[in-house]
Structures are given as structure tokens and as C-alpha cells.
Design a protein around this ligand. Structure first.
Ligand code: URP
Ligand code: ZN
Length: 463
């Protein structure tokens, strides 16, 4: 099968230019002006942007959490993703206590096998080096194409690991060519504050943020940066929300340390006042780290513009407001943490980032596609438009207006954080590995089309 995309404006992290893109089989064969080529399918992209498919390195599909399971599985979550222009994501496979890492990966492959409509990889979340997994076994995980180890410094009694484990895993990552990842919040102190709030009868959603102050994100982020430096490991800090955490990352990067940070779409748009939405509406905004004071939002835009932060992900972790979030109706500490975002990311960042002049189109591509690909061992197979790369391509109409509403979204979510928001810029057609996956508002492939991608080790290319 061959495809010719004619007359669009191709946008990569580096350049913007008018060109045709020719696809043969699964890969891009040529990019150039006025290409003369036979093709089974010709797509007229005049007036449209031709973008590399967005890559989301932070999702939680079919994940047990907070006494329930996230509402999007690998079919519904990936369907939402592709309608939003995301063609590849990396989900977190969680090692339960007592489980080996290979058992955890088998479980996550079982959740995804035969269900996906886009390509995907896994990170491994390390929770236990005593009863289940060992460092020796963790060293073998990159051989399965899982080349990033995540540790959570938050969620005491569930995921939290101590500094000794952080250090040992980071030292191992330095040896095995994995990328260390951390969720930076001080879970011990948060645990004390949460227990105190509950004992004092402070049970409304707003106490979720008040018991997780930004200083505790700043402290944990800086601690992880220092530990990773001593361990000699590259470090990626997930979902950075506030200046307290941006500053130590920016400082480490200025010093030339191998440290990168990501933020997520929601932290640019929702803030601590949203937790007070009436009738338990504040529960929609309960995720961790929490929504912050609005003064952090320009800091985050500045950080993604200047490369203090290098990726915008979603942390898609969807729970129904009605029936799942309500587990915490009378106690904020029982509200499952997480929110949807896979379908919304590209449109929100294009409109409020690019259209409103906060970042360039090239920087948007870098933040949503090229940098995730580079950092997580997918580049140059994915994350750019170039001969030899997978034909993961989004044809995007930069002039079409659309209104974001949960009613027309494609996942199982019953709310969006951006209900009623009008944006200019919408996804027209999506190709993955040369196959048209979305066109004319319709999904064109069956579950099982999506493929697991074995990622390269940190700093290595996937060709
Ligand atoms: O609230 C969130 N973010 N839920 C997902 C787990 C995590 O902390 O990333
Ligand atoms: Zn997450």
C-alpha cells in the first residue's frame, strides 16, 4: 500500500515547509516538492499541517488504583488518543508487591494484546525489591524493550519507595541504559498532612491540594535530582506542576546534568480554585500532584518555551465522576486520583500555546512528539517526518474551529476538564505506519492494529 500526501505544510521540530510526503508500506519513502509518484491513496493536504503523530509518554490505561480501575482500557483510551492526534503512547506497567517485574509486564501485555488501535510501549513501575522483584531481574527488563524505570516518591503504603531503593534502581539504570523516572512528591509528609486533615474533619476536595503543598514537590524533585546525579543516571521527572519543581530541574539542566522534566496539559489550564466547584464537581480536578495556584501557569509556559521542561504529556488516568470519583464523596482522601486528557492535548496546546503565541509550531511538535521519541528510545522511527521513519502522520486543519465536550469524545470518560472550550485547529486524518486510522470522523481499523514497540536504550536510536 502506498500513500501520497500532497500540498501540505510539513512541520517538524526543526522546520516548516510546503512538501508532499510519499509513504510506501509502513514507512515514509520521500519528502519533497511536487513529487511524481504513484500511490494507492492520494490525500489533498492543501491548507493543512502535516505533523508527526503525537506521542504520549505518560498514560494509565486499565489500571487498578484507589479501589477501582481506570475507565479507559487499551481500546477506548487509544481510540480517544488517535482522534486527538496521538499515534503512540507509553503506559505504566505496575509491579505489584510480591510480583516479579516480568510477571508485571506479562500482565500489562495481556491488557493490551489484541486491543490497541495505536502503537504503544511500557515503562515499569518499581514498587518492591524485597518480596517480588530483584535488581538482577530488573536488569533484564530493557531486553524486552522496556527501557525506563519509574519510581514514585508519593502514595505511601501503595507505591512509595524509599531513598535506598531510588538510589539502587538509579545505579542500575546507569548500568543497563534505562532512563530513571520519578513522581516527585514527599509521600511521608503528605501522609501526615492527609491524616491530620481527615481527623480535623476537613474532607472536601480542596483539601487534596492543601495537603500536598508545592514545597513537597520541590523538595522531592530536588532530592531525586541529587540522588540521580550521585548514581550517574539520567533522570526524567514526570508531571511537574509548579515553580518549586521547575527551578531545581532548570538549575540541573543549566549545569549540564542529564535531567529532563515533563508537565501535563491540565496544569496550564486548571488551578486550585477549581477544586471548589459545587456539587462535588471539584472531584474532577483531583489528581496528583494537585492543581496549583494560578501563578504557576505562566511559569510552566515559560519552562516549556525555554526547554527547562521538555515534554507535555497527559497523565491520562480517567475515572468516572459519577460512580468512581464518588467513592470519595465524604472524604477527599478516597477520591481516585486522576483525570482524562488523551484526546484533548494536541488541540489545547495548539490553540492556547501556538495560536496565542506562547510557543512556536515547531516547539509544539518537539514537546508533543519529537522529545518524547528522543528521550524514550523511539527516535527516529517515530517523532518526526523523514524518509525511513514510520508513517505516523497527523493531517491537521489549523483553521477549523471545534468545541471540546465530553459528549463527543471517544474514550469512556464522563467529563473533560475543558468542557465547552472553543479551540481553532482540529485533527482531519491520522495515519499510523502508513495505514489510515482516522478519516472523516471515523475509526478505520479494528482493535489489534496497534503494535507493541520495543524501545531502544537511553541515548540509542530506534531505526
Ligand atoms: O493523579 C494521578 N496523576 N494519577 C495517576 C498516577 C500518578 O500519580 O501519575
Ligand atoms: Zn501518572
Amino acid at each position: 500500500m502506498s500513500v501520497l500526501i500532497k500540498g501540505g505544510r510539513v512541520v517538524t521540530a526543526a522546520d516548516t515547509f510546503l512538501a508532499d510526503v510519499h509513504v510506501e508500506g509502513e514507512r515514509i519513502s520521500r519528502v519533497g516538492t511536487s513529487l511524481e509518484a504513484d500511490a494507492d491513496i492520494v490525500v489533498d493536504a492543501t491548507g493543512k499541517l502535516v505533523l508527526p503523530g503525537a506521542i504520549d509518554p505518560h498514560t494509565h490505561l486499565d489500571m487498578p488504583f484507589g479501589g477501582t480501575v481506570t475507565i479507559d482500557d487499551f481500546t477506548s483510551g487509544q481510540t480517544a488518543a488517535v482522534f486527538g492526534g496521538t499515534t503512540c503512547h507509553i503506559d505504566f506497567a505496575i509491579q505489584s508487591r510480591g510480583q516479579t517485574f516480568n510477571e508485571a509486564l506479562d500482565v500489562w501485555h495481556g491488557k493490551a494484546d489484541g486491543k490497541g488501535v495505536i502503537d504503544y510501549g511500557f515503562h515499569i513501575i518499581v514498587t518492591d525489591l524485597e518480596e517480588g522483584g530483584s535488581l538482577e531481574e530488573l536488569a533484564t527488563v530493557p531486553d524486552r524493550g522496556v527501557t525506563s524505570y519509574k519510581m514514585l516518591m508519593a502514595y505511601k503504603g501503595v507505591f512509595l519507595v524509599d531513598d535506598e531503593t531510588l538510589f539502587e534502581v538509579m545505579r542500575l539504570a546507569a548500568r543497563t541504559g534505562a532512563l530513571s523516572m520519578i513522581h516527585g512528591e514527599n509521600g511521608d509528609v503528605i501522609d501526615v498532612l492527609v491524616k491530620q486533615a481527615v481527623a480535623d474533619g476537613n474532607l472536601a476536595p480542596r483539601y487534596h491540594a492543601l495537603t500536598r503543598p508545592p514545597e513537597l514537590e520541590g523538595e522531592a524533585t530536588n532530592r531525586a535530582i541529587q540522588i540521580a546525579h550521585v548514581a550517574g543516571s539520567p533522570l526524567y521527572v514526570v508531571h511537574v506542576t509548579c515553580k518549586d519543581a521547575v527551578h531545581p530541574i532548570a538549575k540541573a539542566r543549566r549545569a549540564g546534568w542529564d535531567v529532563w522534566g515533563e508537565t501535563c496539559t491540565q496544569y496550564f489550564f486548571v488551578d486550585v480554585t477549581d477544586l471548589d466547584e459545587p456539587d462535588f464537581g471539584g472531584a474532577k480536578y483531583v489528581f496528583s500532584p494537585p492543581v496549583r495556584d494560578k501563578s504557576n501557569q505562566p511559569v510552566l509556559w515559560d519552562a516549556v518555551r525555554t526547554d527547562a521542561l521538555s515534554v507535555i504529556s497527559t497523565d491520562h488516568c480517567a475515572f468516572l465522576l459519577d460512580g468512581q470519583k464518588t467513592l470519595g464523596k465524604d472524604d477527599f482522601s478516597k477520591i481516585p486520583n486522576g483525570a482524562p486528557g488523551l484526546e484533548e492535548r494536541l488541540k489545547m496546546i495548539h490553540h492556547f500555546g501556538v495560536n496565542e503565541g506562547r510557543i512556536t509550531l515547531n516547539r509544539m511538535v518537539e514537546l508533543l512528539s519529537t522529545n518524547p521519541a528522543r528521550l524514550f528510545g523511539l527516535y527516529p522511527r517515530k517523532g518526526t517526518i523523514a524518509p525511513g521513519s514510520d508513517a505516523d502522520i497527523v493531517i491537521f486543519d489549523p483553521a477549523r474551529k471545534t468545541t471540546l465536550t465530553a459528549a463527543t469524545m471517544h474514550g469512556n470518560q464522563d467529563y473533560t476538564l475543558y468542557e465547552g472550550t472553543e479551540v481553532t485547529g482540529d485533527v482531519d486524518t491520522v495515519l499510523i505506519r502508513g495505514t489510515v486510522v482516522v478519516d472523516g470522523g471515523e475509526l478505520k481499523v479494528e482493535p489489534g492494529f496497534g503494535r507493541f514497540v520495543k524501545r531502544a536504550r537511553f541515548g540509542q536510536h530506534l531505526v
